[in-house]
Unconditional design. Structure first.
Length: 142
């Protein structure tokens, strides 16, 4: 479904739409943890991170369909170059592993503490991603 006026959005629109999607996923993670649905909270926290990564890629007009490619290129282009902290790169990798286990391992037991850490990582990363994206557009004077 497109915009009502039939026009396509700008690159900036896409970036901030993806950041909003990340925030929406984060809110869903918080609702799920309150409902003691820890596997679901881990899933939504990871997707909050994933959508924020895709927002960062969109700043430069890049897009990746596979999670592995989006995260791998984020690490190569942004973590390795020091734009984002190495520790954040490690936390993102951990969030991906936990999300995978939560979604696909039948006997995986997710805990509240683990879900809280995933949500904290997502909150921290979204703040960093939003600051980066805003800074990029301000420097372009869009």
């Amino acid at each position: 479904m497109g915009r009502p006026d039939g026009e396509r959005g700008t690159r900036k629109d896409l970036v901030f739409y993806r950041l909003q999607t990340a925030k929406s996923d984060l809110k869903a993670a918080q609702i799920l943890i309150d409902a003691e649905q820890y596997k679901g909270a881990n899933n939504r926290a990871y997707y909050a991170i994933f959508h924020a990564i895709n927002a960062i890629h969109a700043v430069k007009g890049k897009a990746y369909k596979r999670h592995k490619d989006a995260i791998g290129n984020f690490n190569k282009d942004y973590v390795k170059n020091g734009i984002f902290p190495r520790e954040m790169g490690r936390k993102i990798g951990e969030a991906e592993e936990i999300r995978h286990a939560s979604d696909y391992d039948d006997f995986y037991l997710a805990s509240r503490e683990e879900s809280e850490r995933q949500i904290e990582t997502a909150e921290e990363f979204i703040k960093l991603a939003e600051a980066y994206c805003k800074n990029q557009f301000e420097s372009e004077d869009c």
